[in-house]
Design a protein around this ligand. Structure first.
Ligand code: NAP
Length: 318
C-alpha cells in the first residue's frame, strides 16, 4: 500500500498528481470539511466546477487547510452557458476559490446552452471554438491559467477543435471524461495519448447520486469481481477501482464527504497483471450498466446534442 503520489507530465511540462479529489454533489460546510480532510490525507489535486456551486466552499477549505498554493493542482470548469463570456466566468471562479490562478481550466462540455440555461442545437454560437480561442488567449497571457483543457470531448469533438484552430492552436492539456472499468474509454485513451492529452477519469467509482442505472448507488463498488480483488489485498473496493485507474496512467478524482473513506481512498495498491486484466475486461459483462450521459441513453441525446453530434455513436461496449 502506498502513500506516494504517482504523477503525470502534462503537455505544458507541469506535473499533475494522478490521485485527485472530486467535489461534485457535496454542499456547503460538508465540502469545506471534506476539502480540508482530503488535503490532510495528502490529496493535492482538487477538481471542482462552477456548476457544482461549491467553489466558494472548496476555496474556504483550501484556506483552512493552510497548504501553500504552489503545492496544489486546482482544476475548475467553464459551464455551458458561458462560452461567450469566458473572462468573466473565470474571474468569478477565481474569486470564489480565493485563488489568483488555476492549474487547469476545462470546457465542461462541448455543447452550448443559452443564457436561460436551455440546451441549444449543435452549431449554436458561441460554440466551443469561441471559448477555446478566449481560453487560449488567457493561457498565453501566463497569469490566470497554467493550462487549459476540455471535458466530455470525444475523438470527433477533439478533431473538430483542432481542425478549426489556426497555427497557434493550443493542444488541450487534459480531457476529463467518464471512465471506470464499466466504461474504460480504450479508444479515446489511445487517441489522447498519441496527441499528448492527459486523461482524467470522472465517476471512477461508478458514480454517486447521479447514477440512474443503480438508483443512485454504484454497482461497481459491490460487484463480485471487484470484491474478490479487494479481499485479496484486504482493502476496500473503492481502493481497487482508484488503483486500477492510476495504474493505467489516468488521473482519478473520487468524491467523498466521509473522512474515513477519504483516508481509505488515499491509499493506493498495486494490482497484479491478472487483476488488471479482470478489470480491463469487466465492461464486456452482460450486466454492464453503460452509463452514457446519465440515463439519457433512451433518447440518444446529451445536454442538447445527439450522440452522433457528440461523437458517441461508437462508444457502446468498447
Ligand atoms: P465517484 O467519485 O465515482 O463516486 C462518488 C460516490 O462514491 C459518492 O457517493 C461517495 O459517497 C462514494 N464513495 C467515495 N469513496 C468511497 C469508498 N471508498 N467506498 C464506497 N463509496 C465511496 O463519482 P462522482 O462524484 O460522480 O465523480 C467524481 C468527481 O468527478 C466529481 O466529484 C466531480 O469532481 C467529477 N465529475 C466531473 C464530471 C464532468 O462532466 N467533467 C461529471 C461528474 C463528475 P461518500 O461521499 O458518502 O463517501
Amino acid at each position: 500500500m502506498s502513500k506516494t503520489w504517482p504523477t503525470a507530465k502534462l503537455n505544458t511540462g507541469a506535473t499533475i498528481p494522478l490521485l485527485g479529489f472530486g467535489t461534485y454533489a457535496a454542499v456547503g460546510k460538508e465540502t469545506t470539511d471534506a476539502t480540508v480532510a482530503s488535503i490532510k490525507e495528502g490529496f493535492t489535486h482538487i477538481d471542482t466546477a462552477a456548476i457544482y456551486k461549491c467553489e466558494d466552499a472548496v476555496g474556504t477549505g483550501i484556506k483552512e487547510s493552510g497548504i501553500e498554493r504552489e503545492k496544489l493542482f486546482v482544476v475548475s470548469k467553464l459551464w455551458l452557458d458561458r462560452k461567450g463570456d469566458v473572462r468573466a466566468a473565470l474571474d468569478e471562479t477565481l474569486e470564489k476559490l480565493q485563488l489568483d490562478y488555476l492549474d487547469s481550466y476545462l470546457i465542461h462540455w462541448p455543447q452550448t446552452w443559452d443564457s436561460k440555461g436551455n440546451p441549444t442545437p449543435y452549431g449554436t454560437q458561441p460554440d466551443f471554438h469561441a471559448a477555446w480561442k478566449e481560453m487560449s488567449a488567457i493561457f498565453k497571457e501566463g497569469k490566470k491559467l497554467k493550462s487549459i483543457g476540455v471535458s466530455n470531448f470525444s475523438i470527433k469533438t477533439l478533431e473538430e477543435l483542432a481542425s478549426k484552430a489556426g497555427d497557434d492552436y493550443v493542444v488541450p492539456a487534459i480531457n476529463q471524461v467518464e471512465l471506470s472499468p464499466d466504461l474504460p474509454q480504450n479508444e479515446l485513451l489511445a487517441y489522447c495519448r498519441e496527441k499528448g492529452i492527459h486523461v482524467t477519469a470522472w465517476s471512477p467509482l461508478g458514480g454517486g447520486t447521479s447514477n440512474p442505472a443503480t438508483n443512485g448507488g454504484s454497482v461497481l463498488l459491490t460487484h463480485p469481481k471487484v470484491i474478490a480483488i479487494a479481499e485479496a489485498h484486504k482493502v476496500s473496493t473503492g481502493q481497487v477501482l482508484i488503483s486500477w485507474g492510476i495504474q493505467r496512467g489516468t488521473s482519478v478524482i473520487p468524491k467523498s464527504s466521509s473522512p474515513a473513506r477519504i483516508a481509505q481512498n488515499a491509499k493506493i495498491i498495486t494490482l497484479t497483471p491478472e487483476e488488471m486484466q479482470v478489470l480491463n475486461s469487466k465492461h464486456a459483462d452482460a450486466e454492464n450498466p453503460q452509463r452514457i450521459a446519465k440515463g439519457e441513453s433512451k433518447t440518444k441525446m446529451a445536454l442538447g446534442w445527439t450522440y452522433e453530434e457528440m461523437g458517441w455513436e461508437e462508444r457502446e461496449r468498447m
